[in-house]
Structures are given as C-alpha cells and as structure tokens.
Design a protein around this ligand. Sequence first.
Ligand SMILES: *Cc1c(COP(=O)(O)O)cnc(C)c1O
Length: 462
Amino acid sequence: MHARLGDDLARLPGLLDEARAHAVRLLTGLDDRAVALTTGPPAPDPLPVTGIGAAGALEAFARRWEPGFAASAGPRYLGFVTGGATPASLAGDWLTGALDQNPTSGIDSSAPDLERETVAWLRELFGLPREHAGAFVSGATMSNFTGLAVAREWVGERRGVRVSEQGVAALGPVPVLSASPHSSVGKALSMLGLGRSALRRVDALPGREAVDPARLEEALESLGGEPAIVVANAGTVNTVDFDDLRAIAALRERYPFWLHVDAAFGAFALLSPDHAHLLDGLGEADSVCVDLHKWLNVPYDSAVQFTRRRDLQVRVFANSAAYLGPLSDDLDRVDLVHLTPENSRRLRALPAWFTLAAYGREGHAEIVRRDIALAGLLGERVAALPGYRLLAPVRLNVVCFTPEGSPERTGELVSAIIESGEAFLTPTVYGGVPALRAAFSNWRTTEVDVERVVKVLERLAP
Ligand SMILES: *Cc1c(COP(=O)(O)O)cnc(C)c1O
C-alpha cells in the first residue's frame, strides 16, 4: 500500500474526527461568514506526486479554497432557490459516503430498497396516488429530463413509433406547450433530440406567469388531434405562480397530451394548509418533477421524479447486460439502473431518508410554513421601504422586487449586497424589468435574518 494511504488507514478514526471538528467549526461559524464571495480561485497548484495525506489535504483545502466558498448552507443565502442541509440529512450524507453503496442493482444489498421506501414516503408527502412510481436523480433538471423522456416515448406509442428503438428521427416533431417553463425544460428538449424550438409558448393569464387555460385549449385544438406534451408549472422561479393543474388535466378528455408537472420546489406548498390548494390536481399528472436539495433541505445533489408509466420509463432507460442481472417483470422491483440516465451512482436517497425519519411530515411542514411567512415578512418590509417596488405579490417563498425608478441599478445592487457579506440575492428580469429575487427555502432562516436583509436594503436604497 502507498505509504500515505497506509498512514491514513492506520489513523482513520483520528482523521474522521478532524474532518468532523472542521465541519462543526464551519457550521457554527456560518453566521459570521460572508454569505457570498467574488474573490475568484487561488493560484493553481500542480498535481501532487506523492501526496500530502488526508490531514495535509484538509489543511491545504482550508487554506487555499475554503476562504472563497459561499455560506450557501446558511440562512441569508437567498439566491436562486437554495436549501440548506438539516442536521439529520448531513449525518445521512456522511454515511452515504462511508457506506459507499451503489444502488444500481439489488443482487448484493438492500440499499435499493431504502431508496424505494424513501420514494414511497415522498409520494405520500406530496399526496401522489400509488400509480406514481418514482426514482432519485441529481436535480430537477434531470427530473424534468427523465419525465420528458417518458413523455417522448408516450408520443411515440400514440404514433406507432418506438422512439427508444427507432430514434427520435422516426418520431418527427413533437409540440411541447407551456407558459413559463424553467430553463431546464429547454435544455432537456435539446438533450432529448426534440429540440429547444419544440417549445411553444402559450400565453399566461394577464399579469401572471400561470398559463391561461383558454389559450392552452386553443393551442391544443390547433394541433388537430396530434399528441403533444404539456409542461405545467407549479411554482415559477420569479413569482412562484402556479398553473391551474385541474383545469389543464381536464383538457385531456378532449385532447391527447402527456401532462408533465415541474413542481421543483412548489410541491412543498402542499405542506402549508393555506397553500396546499395550489397543487390541486397534481396527482393527475403523468410525470412530476420535485427537487429535494431545495426545500427538503438535503445536501446536493438530490431530486425525485415520478411517473405513472414506468413501463415506458423502463423502455427508455433499460440497461440490460448479463453482468447486471435480469430485467425484472415486476415493475415495482425493477432495478434502479433501468429507470434514470445514470448507471452507477451514490445512494442519494439516504440523506432524504434521514431527514424524513428525523423530523417527519410535521418537521418539514414547519420549515415550509416558516419560510413562507418570512418571505411574506420581507415582502411587507420591502414594499414599505422607500426606493423599492415589489414586482409581484409574494405568493409563496420568493420576493421579486426592483429598485424604484432605476431598475438599471439592479446589477450594482446585487454586487453591493454581495460586498456587504450579509446576504445573497440573485438578479432576474420579470415582465421586461430587471429585478432582484429573494427566495426562502433554508431551514435555518429566522425573522432576525429578514431584519438583517432589510437593513442592508435600506442602506443601499437608491
Ligand atoms: C431549480 C429548478 C429547476 C432546476 O433544478 P436543478 O436542481 O438546478 O437541476 C427546474 N425547475 C424549477 C421550477 C426549479 O425551481
């Protein structure tokens, strides 16, 4: 054994303790750390030849790289839609690495069954019917990709083409209808060979991001009975608007389409009694995307995808080889390798299992309700601050606002907020107006954090 490896093996417990103590220092110092940084990378180091051992690597990382890392696990990182990591999910994540399971196939371990249990818990959490089978993927982009891949196979079924065998060229163009899709939908369509231009924008309701169901019906009518894919949005990133899922699902009585719902973070509104109605009809979807590294607060990378047509999913993603074992006839027991783009992968379900086991439905509902209340609070405070204007009502957990009268100052403002070290917000453009977004999905955030953000905004007001 290489000398460094042998030394590290001999002192493994001490090494893990050092890493643990280091992590504890990081997490207890989150509040004092600059929330975001633009310092750039350190000077490059050459590839180590003999190596410096794990303790040396920890020291080098802490010295060279860590100072430039954001406090994205902390309570005032409000950019994009960013969750933290609950204590239990972090413990689960460490054990994921320690156990190093590959849940691809079930011939050696019950690890895939832990993933099945976790998916079943999530299905119940999101109120999905039993017909929805699910699997873990790395994020909502892969979840949208997987759902749309099954959708593509379904369109093929309607047209008498096996896309998974014959290829997308045999299928021809497929119309994909949506009002305010996430950018990852375009990326997924590009990867699927359907092309970004397959996306046909349907008008939203006036002043909203939610689709106008009457316009969607017109668009479907114009297809003359051709099968289509509808991407419904349950929580848009700018204003967290929700399509009327029931109204959309009802259109399937007259028009053939696959209903994919992107509920990346919006699905968690189900945990708030005042907002659960926004997801009415979710169970009627053919495929559903939910991110877990956002509002479930598990470490990256984690998301789940659900579909009612696992038979078509297996057709798309089957990876049959003698050494992997047989493809089960029982769709509930099919090996995970046949369900998603990946082959070997980590047991991504374990951190999610840990946090659900530790805090249950109620613990996670509390996080969601608190984040919604905090977004509401920031919305009220921003509306009352001179120099700012809300661009949309705070519907759930995102506050979208602009510097009053000088939207062109948005970029400067984002930089000044980063510079303050107090918070991180991301820029966007909504309704043609440059704007800022503050998204609440971290389990650590409290009213004290909102007041700190308000202070910064007040100081930087145009
Ligand atoms: C975040 C998000 C995505 C993409 O998620 P990743 O986890 O970054 O791949 C897709 N759709 C919506 C609505 C999102 O909020």
